[in-house]
Ligand binder design. Structure first.
Ligand code: CA
Length: 432
């Protein structure tokens, strides 16, 4: 992954009254457009094209692979502009160039129609990535004129292909594997017809920051006469784990002086920041809800055996922070459990399931039975018989012999604890 820094400027120039250029600068999508057509229709064409491209890319991000995405975005924008052009006499024959760079992972996809250009500065070498769809480019290709002659050719503005002129359009799309240190430049002919490639190359190499480089290039075009609208977008890639998400489309074709402006500008940056925060917030909310859901699941599926009111109790929930509900309170008194087992129950025995908790309770009941006795009813029985019954129950008879009028000799008159009570093994039972 690479960190992306970028800058864009669109400038009316010194001669034209209005700016028919437009620029687009977001985290992953960048473009310039040079509109043409009378009565400000060129301005409409370039702005409309870039907003259609921005919208298409945003809507289909991740759904369509990079090359196809750019191809479809440009051909879709062509349909939008053409539709507008045939809708009214005011917009008849309007069109626009478009040069777009879309970054996906470590690949830059360049889509292109017309005579705006994309350049790549890599290791100090400037390479033009696009072919001009212009008459002079064709003449150069055919060896009729030299590149230098092309720049001052009287028909240098004649372009052979533009977005919006026909109902169907196929854009050139090339892809470039990005390397750290790569600097891409998108520019309209307001720059390239006035500033030579050698100068562009030197400026891009000399100004590492896209803002300064863009400002210097536009300055040079103005110093060379500024006879046309001039627009530049510079995109620099440095090696970094930082990922900048795609932001909204920003078309900058206003007629004012945009020099030094970063195109998308602070508003776009704020929009990006707001979007990142919103995404973070949504992620946190989803995590919180997921956490709550997981918590609730475990709450509903966690059982433990503890103590309530001195009795063994089955709880549902977590054995801490009072986050548990009583499922069943048994009659099993923990005081009859052996010391080690009683301590464990007092500290809560967490079980894997409700069934296991019930099994634990069953075994605790057996332990209690082993360690305690139900006091037999010995009242009215002879002392010998009563003593035998108590010993058999594991209890210790303590006889207090009383002999006075009205009491039958050798017969138990009262007992303590009362019959039916459960007491620990070996407990004393007072007999009178
Ligand atoms: Ca132009």
């Amino acid at each position: 992954m690479y960190s992306v820094s970028s800058a864009s400027i669109t400038e009316t120039g010194k001669v034209r009254e209005i700016n028919e250029d437009a620029v687009l600068e977001t985290g992953s999508l960048f473009a310039v457009a040079d509109g043409m057509g009378g009565h400000q229709a060129g301005e409409v064409a370039s702005t409309l094209a870039l907003s259609a491209i921005g919208q298409y890319v945003e809507d289909n991000l991740g759904a369509i692979p990079g090359e196809k995405l750019v191809e479809k975005a440009v051909s879709g924008a062509n349909a939008v502009v053409h539709q507008k052009a045939v809708s009214s006499a005011r917009f008849r024959d309007m069109g626009t160039t478009v040069t777009v760079l879309y970054r996906e992972g470590d690949t830059a996809y360049i889509g292109h129609v017309g005579d705006s250009r994309a350049y790549l500065l890599r290791n100090g070498d400037l390479r033009q990535l696009t072919d001009d769809h212009s008459l002079v480019a064709k003449l150069v290709q055919e060896g009729e004129i030299t590149p230098r002659e092309a720049r001052s050719h009287p028909q240098r503005n004649v372009i052979l292909k533009a977005l919006g002129l026909e109902s169907q359009l196929e854009a050139d799309v090339v892809s470039v594997k990005i390397q750290p240190g790569d600097v891409f430049l998108l520019a309209t002919d307001g720059l390239t017809s006035l500033v030579g490639d050698d100068v562009i190359s030197r400026v891009l190499a000399a100004f590492p920051g896209p803002v300064d480089a863009a400002g210097r290039l536009v300055e040079l075009a103005l110093e060379a006469g500024g006879i046309d609208n001039v627009s530049v977008v510079i995109v620099s890639f440095a090696e970094s784990p930082t990922v900048v998400p795609v932001g909204g489309a920003t078309g900058g074709s206003n007629g004012g002086d945009n020099r030094g402006d970063k195109g998308g500008g602070p508003r776009a940056s704020r929009g990006k920041a707001a979007r990142i925060w919103l995404i973070l917030l949504v992620v946190l909310l989803v995590l919180a809800l997921a956490g709550f859901g997981v918590g609730l699941y475990f709450f509903n599926h966690t059982y433990f055996v503890g103590v309530k009111g001195g009795k063994v109790t089955l709880f549902k929930g977590f054995p801490f922070w009072d986050m548990a509900m009583v499922e069943t309170q048994t009659d099993i008194e923990i005081r009859f459990l052996p010391d080690s087992l009683r301590t464990r129950v007092e500290e809560n025995l967490v079980t894997e399931s409700r069934r296991n908790a019930e099994k634990t309770i069953e075994s605790l009941a057996l332990e209690v039975e082993k360690n305690s006795s139900i006091v037999p009813d010995v009242e009215g029985k002879a002392y010998d018989e009563a003593t035998e019954m108590l010993l058999e129950a594991g209890l210790h008879p303590v006889a207090e012999l009383v002999s006075r009028p009205g009491f039958e000799p050798d017969v138990v008159s009262t007992q303590d604890p009362a019959p039916g009570a459960r007491v620990g093994k070996g407990s004393d039972v007072m007999l009178k």
